[in-house]
Design a protein around this ligand. Structure first.
Ligand SMILES: *[C@@H]1O[C@H](CO)[C@@H](O)[C@H](O)[C@H]1NC(C)=O
Ligand SMILES: *[C@@H]1O[C@H](CO)[C@@H](O)[C@H](O)[C@H]1NC(C)=O
Ligand SMILES: *[C@@H]1O[C@H](CO)[C@@H](O)[C@H](O)[C@H]1NC(C)=O
Length: 375
């Protein structure tokens, strides 16, 4: 307990120390802030929209399987920098030929269209936003090979943005004395602004060097959580080993923070009923609390955090806090409301929420330090 307390305190002191430093002057903003251009990719926390193309809006008749209220382009413009989806082998609606689609669980149930169309949407966004680094995680439901995926990347003309690491294994994690991943600024300078992970994938260095096997480069905590009190920071995939072992392997941490609602017949849907607390900074099962917990035990902020309904909470404010981003620039402001049919707009404006959020951040940081000190 004692070493845990010391680790927690030093983690927060380093956070606070950085808060007091004068901002480094950079002309441009990288991922919405000039303060993080000089940070290595693995040391930034990237906010992820879980199941990015699967919407719960009028286009899907508010499908209970939908994970986001806003589409991929809006997610990116609002500050999301990690997008996940499932990829299924399906067929072209007209020709019947084999075609990869982004579908939720099954293409018969929820088909959000061809993968090439979704990638094209992302490419268009990257074209229009030259100082942004975006990460994808494609869940490879039918185990298609790298060559077939490469074909679709080429179709969308997005492959040239692909970041190619030095090796097909991850480098050591960056630390205070040594950065192993390039900085966001370097990736932007090189035009290598799209990091693509596929789960699972046999790496094909010859034909698709930018398509990386997710669990060679990342570890994650359990994703299937149905009770707010059950979020953990323990490695679950690729193996249930210790955090230290995962870090020694160079794997970056992806923090799943999605709450599911169990329905009849074992079906689980995103729990939109509790989303305001799930994505909040503090409270039982809150995103901010979970990030502090995982940051403390790993002595390193999570590289990725994955949420449903990213606009609520708002989740982005928690990630800004971890990145020490004070005044993000170039972001589209979207409502922090839960958008259900027939629901009246809530009164709190985004700005008021953000102000309340910032106050809460400080209260939480200080109260955590105090709690930890008395343990
Ligand atoms: C995303 O949503 C916005 C707002 O509803 C809409 O204007 C835009 O066309 C959509 N983009 C795509 C690619 O569907
Ligand atoms: C930082 O990482 C390098 C390898 O990238 C390692 O040799 C060094 O010991 C690490 N330093 C600390 C303080 O962990
Ligand atoms: C939640 O955690 C509690 C305590 O560890 C455990 O007893 C319970 O089975 C968990 N619930 C689920 C749905 O996993």
């Amino acid at each position: 307990m004692h070493s845990y307390a010391i680790a927690a305190v030093s983690f927060f002191l380093s956070t606070l120390h950085a808060y007091t430093l004068p901002p480094r002057q950079e002309d441009r903003a990288c991922n919405n802030s000039p303060l993080i251009c000089s940070k290595p990719y693995d040391t930034v926390t990237h906010l992820g929209a879980h199941d990015s193309p699967f919407l719960r809006d009028s286009s899907t008749k508010f499908s209970s399987f939908g994970n986001q209220y806003f589409n991929t382009s809006i997610q990116l413009s609002a500050g999301v920098r990690l997008l996940t989806t499932q990829v299924h082998a399906s067929s072209n609606a007209k020709t019947g030929e084999r075609e990869l689609h982004v579908c939720h669980s099954s293409c018969a149930l929820f088909d959000a269209g061809p993968l090439s169309k979704w990638l094209l949407e992302i490419r268009n966004w990257l074209d229009g936003n030259p100082n942004e680094v975006v990460t994808l995680v494609l869940v490879n439901m039918n185990g298609v090979d790298a060559r077939e995926l490469e074909g679709v990347y080429s179709q969308a003309d997005i492959a040239h943005y692909g970041y190619i690491p030095f090796d097909s294994r991850p480098p050591p994690l960056s630390n205070q004395t040594k950065s192993s991943w390039p900085t966001l600024g370097k990736m932007i300078d090189d035009g290598s602004r799209l990091v693509s992970f596929v789960q699972p994938l046999r790496h094909d260095r010859e034909n698709a060097p930018y398509l990386l096997d997710q669990f060679t480069f990342m570890y994650e905590n359990p994703y299937d959580v149905t009770e707010p009190g059950n979020f953990t920071c323990l490695p679950d995939r690729p193996v249930k080993k210790s955090i230290a072992e995962m870090q020694e392997s160079g794997r970056m941490f992806l923090m799943n923070h999605m709450l599911y609602w169990k329905q009849a017949f074992g079906i689980e849907v995103p729990d939109h009923r509790n989303i305001e607390t799930t994505n909040a900074w503090e409270g039982e099962g809150a995103l901010g609390k979970h990030m502090i917990q995982c940051g403390t035990v790993a002595k390193k902020q999570p590289t990725f955090v994955l949420v449903d309904f990213f606009n609520v909470g708002p989740a982005i404010a928690s990630v800004d806090t971890f990145n020490k981003v004070h005044r993000p620039v170039g972001r589209l402001s979207v409502t922090g409301d839960v958008l259900e049919p027939g629901m009246g707009k809530k009164k709190a404006s985004n700005a008021a929420r953000a102000r309340a959020g910032r106050t809460a951040v400080w209260t939480a940081i200080f109260s955590t330090i105090i709690v930890v000190l008395v343990l």
